[in-house]
Design a binder for this molecule. Structure first.
Ligand code: SF4
Length: 282
């Protein structure tokens, strides 16, 4: 925060930001606002609520932000990455051509992949879309006994590190074809012996904590999922409870108000697909 504030201060002092940029009469200001750390405030309407100093809950749409957004005004919301790409592309005609030459057919350009967890060289790796998971893990120095990755953040799918997934191309369509999502390109690596039952419970606690509570499928569904898994861990009506879990995940996917509730199915189903024996010790 201090670094960004200091940069903004320098730009204002130099006349590059403010109400009369370089004496041109052109007005452009940047305000830095710090949120309270809620995951759902990454959702555009919850973000606007937070900026307006309200509780970070998702707004019902319509109206969409482009019609009525921040303080009821038409609002453009994009992440920093998009604005950074836009500046690069617009700064020179040849940049667009170069940008489009990188990546895959449906995922153009580069992605700053963020790799953390069981790696010797955690950090951000900006690479063209389409790089394989194997190549990225090599750059990040994944530990020899790395066994699992979660791709796309807390709502992303878990994949075991066997050949089929090591050769996975990291593009929107590549990860989607394998039943996951690339999301913002966050990748967490887990080493041998990771307790997948704990991973599941940890994810469920995260969903319960971070649900903004605005819609019933997510507010109630997240809590019910944890209750049902706890019953399964006690070996109570396993098949019946798994069926109810599946129905809840399906309802959340289609009836949740925002992508948070709709995305819960992905980590849960991927864990059940790839680690069922570890999670459900019959
Ligand atoms: S899906 Fe969850 S986070 Fe999104 S609006 Fe509903 S309760 Fe809030």
């Amino acid at each position: 925060k201090q670094v960004i504030e200091s940069v903004l201060g320098s730009l204002k002092d130099g006349g590059y930001l403010g109400n009369d940029i370089l004496g041109s009469g052109f007005k452009f200001n940047i305000d830095l606002i710090t949120g309270a750390g809620s995951y759902v405030c990454g959702e555009e309407t919850a973000l606007m609520e937070s900026i307006e100093n309200k509780r970070g809950t998702v707004r019902q749409r319509p109206p969409v932000p482009a019609v009525s957004g921040l303080y009821g005004k038409p609002t453009v919301l994009n992440n920093v990455l998009t604005f950074a790409y836009a500046v690069y592309i617009l700064s020179d005609n040849s940049n667009l051509e170069y940008f489009l030459s990188l990546g895959t057919e449906n995922s153009k350009g580069t992605m700053p992949f963020q790799v953390s967890g069981a790696v010797n060289n955690p950090g951000i790796f900006e690479l063209p879309f389409g790089v394989t998971l194997r190549e990225l893990l090599k750059l990040a120095g994944a530990v020899e006994n790395a066994e699992t990755v979660q791709i796309g953040g807390p709502l992303g799918a878990y994949f075991p590190l066997r050949a089929e997934f090591l050769n996975l191309k990291l593009s929107y369509e590549g990860v989607s074809e394998k039943g996951g999502m690339l999301g913002h390109g966050g990748i967490v690596v887990f080493g041998q012996g990771t307790d997948m039952k704990y991973r599941l419970l940890n994810s469920l606690d995260f969903f319960i904590d971070e649900s903004c509570g605005k819609c019933a499928p997510c507010r109630i569904g997240t809590v019910r999922l944890k209750e049902l898994f706890e019953r399964i861990f006690k070996k109570q009506n396993i098949e019946e409870n798994l069926k109810i879990i599946d129905e809840i995940l399906e309802s959340m996917k289609y009836l949740s108000l925002c992508g948070f509730g709709a995305g819960v199915y992905m980590p849960v189903r991927s864990l059940l697909t790839h680690y069922k024996n570890e999670i459900i010790e019959v």
